[in-house]
Structure formats: structure tokens, C-alpha cells
Design a protein around this ligand. Structure first.
Ligand code: ACO
Length: 327
């Protein structure tokens, strides 16, 4: 059995910034309402003509450059988590591979905002079992393209961006994934969804008129579900590994809502200095939020070799996943 180490990190967000005050000008909302309910102050949104693979490319180039400086030569797999693919067919990881011009197998993970954590488990399994030496793992979203700017309940929540990890095999088997727990409640598939455009309700003129091509969400139900599941699941994972909440050096939660994160943190009595949040700056970037937050925490010196990190994702599906990781 091998260990897994992070040999490269990169992020990218588009340059077009939209603040809550900008939104006040186009819909019936306020900076105060948005900030108090969500912790969001601003988000970045792509210009026309820019797609998810463009954001993924920019983040990946930074991560790959660092990995190459550390001696990484070949990438065996590109695994990309997204909910806003360039196309329905083919996968966005294939498009990214073409743009990067490197030879690698490609796989998309399409599991809501939890996608990056699921992809981290898959990539780690490939490396630990020696099926792969190096994996480029990306969470990327141009999810603003699926926002209905006439729907103030959802459009204020999301933003675009990308984060990339290069994961590499190491003989230090203690490094990388320690354990994980995952779950899905598919009976809640329509809590967060895009009603039209798939095989159940193909895109047509009526679905466009009825605005069913945009993300719909029952926000209050999502909130209740997450805070009822996440503390119990995290506690189970920690107990199984003989850890107390404050034995974890850094918590990286999916940046969906600061009140959700604070509720989980208070329930588990986690010391707030162990939690890194940046939802204020980027809003919810869906599958990209965890790698973007980890990159910033890493750059701020919040982890060092031997640190224990807990990555915790939740979102559409309804899905959730937690990973315990040793740097
Ligand atoms: N500005 C001002 N008022 C608003 C806005 C807005 N942007 N949106 C809704 N309101 C109003 C509602 O119309 C309602 O008015 P009413 O009382 O007159 O009917 C009132 O505010 C309260 O609305 P609620 O929806 O009950 O507000 P709530 O406190 O639940 O906050 C929110 C809504 C922020 C969406 C919250 O439920 C939430 O964060 N849920 C979790 C969302 C989430 O985490 N999603 C993660 C996954 S996203 C993904 O996977 C792609």
C-alpha cells in the first residue's frame, strides 16, 4: 500500500466581480439580507464565451507547474468534479485534457457540491492501489450559466471558480487519505436540481419559457437536511479513527452558507481557529469551493507536514462526504 501527497495546488476565479450591492440594482434584495443569511458579500462570474474547462485549465496549469518543479512528470488521470459541464457529451475532463495537451485518462464526477470530495476518494484509491502514480484532480464551475437572475432565492448564492490538486504516490503510507464516510439520499433528488435539459424532461421551448433550465432549490429544506446529517457523520468518522473534534488541525467545509458551517462547528464544539472559510469572497462555487478554500488555507500557513485535515462536502443528490487526510 502507498500513501498520497499533494504535490501541486492551483486556483482560478474569473475577473468579473459582482457584489451584493450590484445585485440590489437588478433584483429585490439587499446586502444586509444576503450577508446575514449566507455570509456572502460578493462572487465572481464568467464573461460570455468562457466555460468551465477554461477555469479548470487556468487552475490546473498553476498546480501542474508546482508539481513539475517537484519532479512529477506524467499524469495518469484527470478527474474533474463539476455540475456545470462544457457539454452534456463529452466529459469536461476530456476537453480539459485536450487543452492541457497531456496524455491521461479522463473522468468526470457529477455529484453536486460534494463532487470534489468524492473525486478525492476515487483519486486516492487509484494511487494507493498503485493503479496510478499521479492524478490531476479539479473542481471547476461556471455555474452562473445555470442561474436565473429573476430568482433571488438561488442566484444570490452561487459563484464561478476552479481549484486543482496534483496528487502523487509516496512510499510514506501514512500520508493522504486516512478514512472517509459518504452518503446519498436520492429520494431528495429534487431539493436542488435543474428540471429540464436531461432525459427526463428534454429541453424545449416550453421549458425555456417556464425557466426550467435553471437551478431550482428548496433552500430551507437543504439547510435542515445538512445540519441534521453532517455533525453526526463527522462525529462517526472521528470516533472510528480515535479522534476528537479538536484533534483535527483544519476543517475545510463546502462553502454553501456560513450559518450551516457555524451550526456544524458549534454542535461539534470545534475551535473556530481550526475552520477556514472564504464564502464571503467567492459565494458558493459548488464543486470548486473545497479546493479553493484549501488552497487559501495552505497559502496562509494553516497546515504543515503531519497536519490532519477534514474535508466535508454536501449538496445536490442529496449527497454528502467526509474525508480525513494527513498532509
Ligand atoms: N433577498 C431578500 N429576500 C429574500 C431573498 C433575497 N435574495 N430570497 C428570499 N427572500 C425572502 C423570501 O421570499 C422570504 O420572504 P417571506 O417571508 O415574505 O415569504 C424570506 O426572504 C425568507 O425566505 P427563506 O427562503 O425562508 O429564507 P431562509 O432563511 O431559509 O434563507 C437561504 C434562504 C439563504 C437560501 C437558506 O435557506 C440556505 O442557505 N439554505 C441552504 C442552501 C445551500 O446550502 N445550498 C447548498 C447547495 S447548493 C448546490 O448544491 C448547487
Amino acid at each position: 500500500m502507498f500513501g498520497v501527497e499533494i504535490t501541486g495546488l492551483g486556483i482560478y476565479v474569473p475577473s468579473r466581480k459582482i457584489t451584493n450591492f450590484d445585485l440590489e440594482k437588478i433584483m429585490d434584495t439587499s446586502d444586509e439580507w444576503i450577508y446575514q443569511r449566507t455570509g456572502i458579500k460578493q462572487r465572481y462570474v464568467v464573461e460570455n464565451g468562457i466555460s468551465t474547462s477554461d477555469l479548470a485549465l487556468a487552475a490546473s496549469k498553476i498546480a501542474l507547474e508546482e508539481a513539475r518543479r517537484k519532479g512529477v512528470k506524467d499524469i495518469d488521470y484527470i478527474i474533474l468534479a463539476t455540475n456545470s459541464p462544457d457539454y452534456l457529451i463529452p466529459s469536461t475532463s476530456s476537453v480539459l485534457q485536450g487543452k492541457l495537451g497531456i496524455s491521461a485518462g479522463t473522468l468526470d464526477v457529477f455529484s453536486g457540491c460534494t463532487g470534489f470530495v468524492y473525486a478525492l476518494i476515487v483519486a486516492s484509491s487509484l494511487i494507493k492501489s498503485n493503479l496510478s502514480k499521479n492524478v490531476l484532480l479539479v473542481g471547476a464551475e461556471a455555474i452562473s450559466k445555470y442561474l436565473d437572475w429573476q430568482d433571488r432565492t438561488v442566484s444570490i448564492l452561487l459563484g464561478d471558480g476552479a481549484g486543482a490538486f496534483v496528487l502523487s504516490q509516496t512510499n510514506d503510507k501514512d500520508k493522504g487519505i486516512i478514512d472517509s464516510n459518504v452518503g446519498t439520499d436520492g429520494t431528495l433528488a429534487e431539493l436542488i436540481y435543474i428540471p429540464a435539459g436531461g432525459t427526463k424532461k428534454p429541453f424545449d421551448k416550453k421549458s425555456l419559457e417556464e425557466r426550467e433550465v435553471y437551478i431550482k432549490m428548496q433552500g430551507r429544506e437543504v439547510f435542515k437536511k445538512v445540519v441534521s446529517i453532517l455533525p453526526t457523520e463527522i462525529k462517526k468518522l472521528l470516533d472510528k479513527n480515535g479522534l476528537k473534534p479538536n484533534d483535527v488541525d483544519l476543517y475545510i467545509f463546502h462553502q454553501a452558507n456560513i450559518r450551516i458551517i457555524n451550526t456544524v462547528v458549534e454542535t461539534l464544539e470545534i475551535d473556530k481557529s481550526r475552520v477556514y472559510n472564504n464564502i464571503e469572497k467567492y459565494a458558493n462555487t459548488s464543486a470548486a469551493s473545497i479546493p479553493i478554500a484549501f488552497y487559501e488555507a495552505y497559502m496562509n500557513g494553516l497546515v504543515k507536514p503531519g497536519s490532519i485535515v477534514l474535508f466535508s462536502g454536501f449538496g445536490a443528490g442529496f449527497t454528502w462526504a467526509n474525508v480525513l487526510w494527513k498532509i
